[in-house]
Structure formats: C-alpha cells, structure tokens
Design a protein around this ligand. Structure first.
Ligand code: ATP
Ligand code: MG
Length: 698
C-alpha cells in the first residue's frame, strides 16, 4: 500500500491551522448527503460525514458532534482509520484492523486496534514535526522550582536529545520490549526519556519522584526493569530531596526480591544535590551528562507493531493496591492526539500548560505525548503551585502568556483557599481555556476557577478519565455545547458509556447507577502487567460485557454525565443512596470550608451515617457554631437525610501523591480501625493519619 508522506499530511494540517481562529472552517468532506437537523439550532453549513473532518476542523456545535459521534460508535474501525491517516505509519493496518472481546463469558478479554500496522510514537511526536518544517518551533518551555530558572527547547533540539538518549539506551543493552524504570524530577529529561524509550521500542515505567523506596523497588521488581533512569536529587519548594539515596534503597529492595537492575543512569541535578554529595556505585551507575552527551544526535527508529506495549503505569491506589496498567502504541497515539486537539481546542501558536507530573497518566497523555503529537508549545513546571507564594501559577501564566491551563481540583481548591488577590494581582488575560482532571470538581471550585482564574471568559473542560482509559472519556468540547459546573458533560468520540443498575441492566434516559463502557476505544488498557487474570476480574468481571469503571454516575435529562464518586463511596443512609461528591460540594460551598471529604460509617439506626472531614479556610477557627452551620448548609442544599452526623476537623486530608483523597483511609479512621489501613505506599503525607486520629471526637 502506498503511504502518503508524513510531510504532505502535515502540510495540509498547517494550511488549516493557518486559517487562525477557532472558528468553523468550511467542510470539505461531504460525499454522503445525509443532513442532521434539529429544529432549535441552525443546521450546520454542510453535512459532516467523515471523521477526517476532525483532522482539520473543530466541532463547533452539537449537531456536528452528534453526527460524528454516531459514526464513531457504529463504525469504530472506519472512524479511527480516517483520523489515523494524519500520522506516519511505516506499514498500514489491515481492513478489519479492530478486533476485540469485551465479554468474559465468551473467552479471554482482548482488544486490538490497527492490526497489521507498524509505527513509532516518538517519530510521530518529533521527526514528523521537524520534517514538516516545524523544527524551530518551541516544543518545551521549562520553568524550574526556583524563580528565574528557565529554559526552552525546540522540536529539533528535542529530537537530538531523544536520539542521544536512545543511543545510550541501546548501547546499555536495552532492546525492544525491555522495561526501563524512570524515577526523575520534572526536568525536561523526564519526558525526553519517555520518548527515547519509545523510539527504540522499550517499555517505560515512570514512577513518580515523590514515591518511597518501597514503592519504586516494588514496581521495578514487578516489571523486571533492565535499566533505571534517575537523578541525584529533586528540588521541591524550599526543600532538596536526595533522590538517588532513595533509588539506591529501592535497588537493594528489588535485588532482595530477586531482580537485579543492570544499569543506573544518574542525572546530576546540581541545583538540588551536586555529584559530590550523591552516592554512586561504580560498575552499575553511570553519569548522565558525561555519557549521553557523547552519543550521536541521530538514531534509527524502531518500527513497532501497533499493539506493541508502549508503557506501563501504576494507578494512584486511592481504592486499593496500585495496578500496573499497560497501554500499547497505535491506538493510544491516535486517541491521545485526537483528545488533546479537540478537548483543548489546541492550535499552533497556543501555549499549553499541564501541571501534572509525568508520574501520572495525565503527564503521559497530556504532557509527554499529546501536545507533541499536535506540534504544540508547552510549559513544563518543576515546582509546586504555592512556592514561593500562592501566586506562582499565575506568575508563570503571565510570564509565558499561557493560553491553556490544565490542573486538578485539589490544586484549584487549595489555591482558592488562599484568596483571590494572589490571582488577580497577576495578568492572566492570555488564558483561553481551563481544564480539570482527577476528581469531580465541586461547583464552588468550578465557579471560582471560571470567574477568578478565567476572568469569566474561558470554557472549563472537566475531563473524566482514568489511568486505564489512557485518554479523556467524558468531557466537554469547548464551545460546542453548554457546560454545567460539576458535570463532565458528554462522551468523546468512540466512547459508549452506560449507566447500569446493580444487576448490570442498562438504564435508559435520566438514571443513576454505575458507570461502565460498552465497547473498546483506541486507548483501552490492554492488560494489568503480569496479571491478565486481575485485569479480567477487576474490570470485566463485575458486569460481563462491559468495562467497569468503578465510578458511580448520574445521567441527567440532557444526557449529561455527573460522576458521583467511587461506587464504594456511595453511602446508604436509611435507604437513601448518597454520593460523597454531592455532600462534599455542599460543604465546600460554605465560605469557611476549603475542602471536605465524606465517608460512610456504621450507624445503629440509619444503617450508614455520614462522616465529614472538613478543612477550614486559612485563618478560620473551628467552633461548635460553625459545625452547626456546616450541617445546616448540607441540609438546605441537599436535604435533611444528607445532613452529616459527624464533622471531624481536618487540618489536612490523606491524599495520594497525585492529590486524590484516600477515602478508604478516612473510613478506617472514622470506624477507629486505623491499625488496618492497607496499602498506603502512595500516600503523600503519612503524618496526617496520626493528626486526624488525635482530632477524632474534638
Ligand atoms: P486506583 O484505581 O488504584 O484506586 P485511582 O482510580 O485514583 O486509583 P486514577 O486512574 O489516577 O487512579 O484515577 C481515575 C479516577 O479519578 C476515576 O475513576 C474517577 O474516580 C476520578 N476522576 C478523574 N477525573 C475525574 C473527573 N473529571 N470527574 C470526576 N472524577 C474524576
Ligand atoms: Mg481507578
């Protein structure tokens, strides 16, 4: 099959981007004459028929969306093939390239996209952009932890760096399919290392640089990492963390468990820990700077099957032991790029900033891969949002004229707690779009984000998805339909969400139940690494025929989806099913409350009672009167049945390193079972548990 050259395809896209604004561009693909009309909205200018429309246009109204969405569900293979045309494939896929079994009753679960094709995601991120003439475009703007430490890198430079590191990995004996562990601060070397692995077909496993030796050791042992890429130290806020010391301990633990990591490449991050203060084991350890800089700046690409594993990544562990989620190459690439472009409405010249660390799925799909697949310019931030002051994020936005800002509700609520002036003293007028991910965003925080950060003019994309889904699943498309604060709104192309009752029956129309997905999307997780059985039982066992998300959900009369929290977190009070997210929203709406976390506990009369942990705004003191007010706030906003039985003052909450509240830990504290916490290896600050125990009953 004759392939169009990547550069030609790219030229077409550039022409469209050149048209500048985020406006409706006249459609060119109108071969089939089927017109979608709804009486209350003007008909689109031309019928939207094929998915390749999306390669050069944005969806601007619901009718276009509905037509494309229906097509994506009815003919997924055809739909995604058309979109995939814009990428470089060394070999094209077969006609029936999408094969799957989503039903455990019919045999092992399997998902396959782009069967027969070969490609390389790093090539598509870098070489493809350089070959299309965009080599001098800025790829990364790095903003260090300390104010004033900055650098930037073009696409050509990034390609050279990736090639050097890829050559080093090959020289160290890393082969296609080998696992490489990455335990690094948010230096540019982190996303570059991921791309270098992808370039040679190695499977990266990024472990967040805030994790303990036990967590890193366990993960390296689990994936049998051949090489570890790490750094001497991390600079985080006012602190220096001796990362290599932790890595050494992890390497020992891993060896004791029976697996020896052969080679360790250490980046000297001298701003945190200079080489002289960094432990170094001769023979095993190598210095990054001196070795990698010697390598040539070109490196042959390893073409891999579309289903070749790209990375494995452990989930946050907010509901249990983390799972090693495995994603493959082709489908993930196409889906990452498409969600990135359409959910953010991203165009050339935009400056995008995602605050996530590469240790999380968000830092994979919407930092390391998605922006580069779209040729974007992005900010990479090493620091923390409150260092040196709570104005830091907005100073970075002002300094780099950031247009797109993507963060987590936990960060939004925390910054909201410091008060508006930290934001309003900065020039945030460059912002055009705001995004949220990780937890349900309570309407109060949504409104603050919209009004104070976004100046009331930026759409907010509340993106619901998971490590397992690889990319956005339910999310607004900016400007295409009305948003409702707290709702992720509608499914992305190719995603068929269903609301199930407890027996697994699909509920129609307005409904509340369990959220499941009825058919595969291109970036479906392919397995749990080394444990396909756990993959099948965890995700496909509970409701045969469906991918089970673990989240509760309500669909309203407009078909919008509202995530109500984890299914485990739904509380049953005297027969009323209450989502934790709802009660938390009502509490946070009170001006004194900065953050709230709600769990159920055994109640002698009601079955379950509502136990609320409340963090107050900076400067507010707890009191009996305030307690009454908070209970009253829930009573009036939801109803008396949802009034919390207990308000527990919480100076801090147990959160995962990615900022998610670990409600299972809070349940244990509420029921005085803190001696049975389970796996807390992903807890950010284990000290909060003791503080909360001491404040119980106060
Ligand atoms: P584990 O699966 O180990 O318990 P985790 O679920 O916290 O960990 P992630 O994959 O990081 O790991 O998180 C995905 C979950 O985050 C979703 O299932 C959902 O509960 C929540 N979530 C993410 N984005 C949103 C959102 N926009 N709205 C509501 N909930 C969200
Ligand atoms: Mg999960």
């Amino acid at each position: 099959m004759q392939l169009p050259k990547a550069s030609q395809l790219h030229h077409q896209r550039r022409a469209c981007w050149g048209s500048g604004s985020h406006q409706h561009v006249p459609l060119r693909h109108n071969s089939k004459k089927q017109r979608v009309t709804l009486s209350h909205v003007a008909a689109p200018e031309a019928p939207v028929q094929t998915a390749s429309f999306l390669n050069s246009n944005f969806v601007t109204n619901k009718e276009q969306y509905v037509a494309l969405y229906n097509r994506s569900i009815e003919d997924p293979a055809g739909f995604w093939s058309e979109i995939a045309e814009q990428f470089h494939w060394q070999k094209k896929w077969e006609p029936n390239h999408m094969q799957y079994n989503f039903d455990v009753r019919k045999g092992p679960i399997s998902v396959e996209w782009f069967r027969g094709a070969t490609t390389n995601i790093a090539y598509n991120c870098l070489d493809r952009n350089v070959e299309a003439g965009h080599g001098d475009d800025v790829c990364f703007v790095w903003e260090g932890n300390d104010v004033g430490r900055e650098k930037s890198m073009t696409y050509s430079e990034a390609l050279e760096e990736v090639c050097r590191l890829a050559n080093w990995l090959r020289a160290a004996g890393v082969k296609k399919g080998d696992a490489v562990a990455i335990y690094m601060p948010m230096l540019l070397e982190l996303p570059l290392a991921m791309l270098a692995c992808a370039r040679i077909g190695a499977v990266h496993s990024v472990v967040f640089g805030g994790f303990s030796a036990e967590a890193l050791g366990g993960r390296m042992e689990d994936c049998k990492a051949k090489v570890l890429l790490t750094a001497s130290g991390v600079r985080r806020g006012p602190k220096n963390i001796e990362l290599k010391k932790i890595a050494d301990k992890a390497l020992d633990l891993c060896a004791k468990a029976g697996h020896q990591v052969e080679t360790v490449l250490v980046y000297e991050n001298d701003n945190a820990v200079p080489a002289a203060d960094c432990p170094f084991t001769g023979g095993r350890d190598r210095w990054w700077q001196s070795e990698v800089e010697q390598q040539p700046t070109t490196c042959p690409v390893e073409w891999v099957d579309a289903e070749h594993p790209l990375f494995l990544l452990y989930t946050s562990g907010s509901t249990g032991k983390p799972k090693g989620v495995l994603h493959s190459t082709g489908g993930y690439m196409v889906y990452a790029a498409t969600t990135m472009r359409h959910v953010f409405g991203l165009q050339r010249g935009d400056v995008y900033w995602c605050t996530a660390d590469c240790g999380w799925i968000t830092g994979h799909t919407y930092l390391a891969y998605g922006p580069l697949l779209n040729g974007a310019t992005q900010v990479v931030f090493e620091g923390v949002p409150t260092h040196p002051t709570p104005a830091r994020c907005w100073e970075v936005v002002a300094a780099h004229r950031v247009t797109h800002f993507y963060t987590a509700p936990t960060a939004i609520r925390s910054l909201m707690g410091f008060g508006d002036p930290w934001v309003t003293q900065c020039d945030t007028s460059s912002l055009r779009l705001l995004g949220s991910v990780g937890e349900p965003i309570n309407p109060e925080a949504w409104r603050w984000y919209h009004k104070v950060v976004g100046g009331g003019r930026c759409p907010i994309v509340d993106t619901w998805w998971q490590t397992e889904t690889g990319g956005h699943m339910i999310t607004p498309l900016p400007g295409a339909w009305e948003e409702k604060p707290g709702s992720a709104t509608l499914p992305f192309f190719g995603v068929r969400p269903v609301v199930l009752d407890e027996k697994g029956n699909e509920l129609q129309g307005e409904a509340e139940g369990v959220l499941a997905i009825a058919q595969p999307w291109p970036s479906t997780l392919r397995t749990v690494y080394g444990d396909h059985e756990r993959y099948q039982s965890n995700y496909f066992g509970p409701f045969p025929g469906y991918y089970f998300t673990g989240d509760g959900c309500r669909r309203d009369a407009d078909g919008y989806y509202w995530i109500t929290g984890r299914v485990d977190d739904v509380i049953n009070v005297s027969g009323h099913r209450i989502g934790t997210a709802e009660v938390e929203s009502a509490l946070v709406a009170h001006p004194a409350c900065a953050e709230a976390a709600v769990v159920g506990y055994d109640h002698p009369i009601k079955g379950q009672g509502i136990y609320a942990y409340v963090t107050l705004m900076t400067g507010t003191e707890p009191s009996q009167a305030l307690r009454k007010e908070l209970v009253g706030a829930v009573r009036s906003s939801i109803g008396a049945f949802a009034a919390p039985d207990v308000i527990h003052w919480a100076p801090g909450l147990p959160k995962t390193r990615s900022g998610k509240i670990m409600r299972r830990v809070l349940r244990k504290i509420a029921s005085k079972e803190e001696d049975q916490l389970g796996d807390v290896s992903t807890l950010a600050d284990p000290g909060v548990v003791q503080t909360l125990v001491e404040l119980r009953g106060k």
